[in-house]
Design a protein around this ligand. Structure first.
Ligand SMILES: [Zn+2]
Length: 331
């Protein structure tokens, strides 16, 4: 039995046909966690789909109308990079409902997962990069509307920058001086990463990502760490530690939304970093330990993962649940 809940629905499945996005990964993660005894059936709770009102907390009425009536332009559908269907709309509304439920459980139990979600490339008025609507942003805005939280922090460790998250929560930002770099001794001086910092509104956004990757234009997050190609576990963990410390010096979130992409993995087809499966689990462990030490509830979503072997993607996502169990479980 887990000391927290896993939110999952078979309706998370994205009906996108043969696609680099492995739509069956959600069911496979759930199955593997049950088979390996990491969780029991009673740890898993089913979400209800978000309502249109929930979605409208983040997205424009015009965009929601286009999605509900199937009237996206060809260019808009191309930019989304997944084929439009009413069934796909239902799957994304379910993902948003799942993240809302996970946020709620996180406030009760200290941590909760949605075995789905993390669609961080969706903007208020359009979808991009396999993301139709922004489930995490919808969950945050719903929690705020219900007076359950006043503010939140997103920690996005997907290999691609969280451009939708940055745009949605942009607010009024004042660029600040560059931060001191992570302990230089652990980092390769010939291939420096860059850390950019801007003042945040009520949601503080942190993104660690490969600089030389989609999206080409990266709207500023509160903290962006632009990583060079092919950095490995040690450098990545040093930058993550640095970004978390810096963010939490500036901001005290009532909820941390961890976007735990599996695509910084060295075997990823859409990523160019060189993390190992063990390094990715250390990444998860670091996020959970930092949050637990400060008493910040954590809501986790899966986001991307395009390993050559889908089994590796499933392993990386399952390890995130195992890392949470080790940190938040009885010691
Ligand atoms: Zn990604």
């Amino acid at each position: 039995m887990l000391p927290f809940k896993l939110v999952y629905s078979d309706d998370y499945y994205l009906p996108i046909g043969s696609h680099v996005f492995p739509a069956e990964k959600y069911r496979r993660v759930r199955d593997r966690l049950l088979e390996n005894g990491v969780c029991r059936p009673e740890d898993i709770v089913a979400p209800r789909a978000a309502t249109d009102q929930d979605v409208l907390l983040v997205h424009t009425p015009q965009y929601v109308e286009k999605l509900k009536t199937g009237t996206l332009s060809a260019r808009e559908e191309l930019e989304m990079e997944v084929p439009y269907s009413p069934e796909l709309v239902r799957a994304f509304w379910m993902a948003a409902g799942g993240s809302m439920l996970a946020a709620d459980h996180a406030l009760n139990d200290g941590v909760a997962f949605s075995i789905g979600g993390g669609f961080h490339h969706a903007f208020p008025d359009h979808g991009e990069g396999f993301c139709m609507i922004h489930d995490v942003a919808i969950a945050i805005r719903r929690m705020q509307r219900d007076d359950k939280i006043r503010n939140a922090m997103t920690v996005d460790c997907d290999v691609h920058q969280g451009n939708g998250t940055a745009a949605i929560f942009a607010g009024t930002r004042i660029p600040s001086d560059p931060l001191p770099s992570a302990s230089a001794s652990t980092l390769n001086p010939t291939r420096p990463a860059k850390m950019r910092n801007a003042h945040a509104g009520d949601v503080f956004t942190i993104s660690l990502h490969q600089d030389n990757n989609y999206p080409a234009f990266k709207p500023p997050s509160s903290i962006d760490v632009d990583l060079p190609d092919e950095i490995g576990d040690d450098d990545y963990l040093a930058w993550l530690d640095n970004a978390l410390s810096s963010g939490l010096r500036q901001f005290e979130p009532e909820l941390l939304c961890y976007i735990a992409g599996a695509d910084p993995y060295r075997e990823d087809q859409l990523g160019g970093l060189s993390l190992t499966i063990e390094g990715l689990k250390k990444r998860d462990d670091l996020v959970f330990r930092v949050a637990k030490a400060r008493g910040i509830p954590v809501m986790v979503t899966l986001a991307g993962g395009y390993a050559r072997k889908i089994d590796d993607t499933v392993t990386i996502h399952c390890n995130t649940v195992i890392a949470a169990k080790e940190v938040f479980g009885p010691s």
